[in-house]
Design a protein around this ligand. Sequence first.
Ligand code: SF4
Length: 288
Amino acid sequence: MRTFASVDAWRAAFDASGKIWLAHITGGEPSAYRDFVELCEAITVNHYISLNSNLTHRSLAKFAKSINPSRVSFINAGLHLEERQRRSGTDAFLRNADELRSAGFRILVSLVATPSVLARFEEAITLLKTVQLFPIPKLMRGRVDGISYPTAYTADDKSRFRVYSQLAREFYSALPSRVVEPPSLDMLHDDAYVDGLPDFTGRICEAGRKFVQLESNGDVFRCGGKDFQGNLLDGSFVRRVHPAPCNSVHCYYFCNKYVDKNTRGELNRPRQWWTQLAGLTGFIRNNV
Ligand code: SF4
């Protein structure tokens, strides 16, 4: 396990930027990181976080007790139906989900929507009902076992996908929300892409200014490992001043949040300055 900086050094680096960050922490499995709770505790003193997690690690019980839910935008809990049933079952996932939800954390449960998962989706609905949650189908993207998605979805797959997306939207929209803007990973609208993925090439995007990719060693890139913008840990990180055309690849949810909506005119909408970290990805992945 390799770490590039102490918890205190990460906190100091975020604070020294003079901005308020919303750090989306992903992996690997972030909760398996050695100082996971301490890191979250330190960052959330002055900043905000969101997480991807499979909700199985024991550190999540401590997380639920130690972290202020109002500092956590959302937790994307990835449920792996087939894997869970092959291995240790769903007990740990349900226990952690229930504990976090009861403590006031906003949990979005998502399932990667393979055709077989879509066919068994009712099982996931029944399972999650016990902890007052609902599964969200997450679009398959790219090549899986030599098959390209979402184009490989059949008419039945697409039909199921749309139905379950709609049910998930109804479920989550009925929950009280304390966040001021939609989650960065807006899987609730993945059904818009069952017929094909959008192309963002050349579109004006706020990546590099309001959104950056942060690596495990503090290196910052505009998006997709391109356009180095300095290092957060050594204080050399510099934000872009202006939005610029997309020169990267579709990175799913962040594109929808940060690309210039143009006709919708959201680019210059006045609001609190936020930055989204697509990273800590490597930070976690390289350390477990
Ligand atoms: S891939 Fe998406 S987030 Fe990245 S620069 Fe292009 S539009 Fe922006």
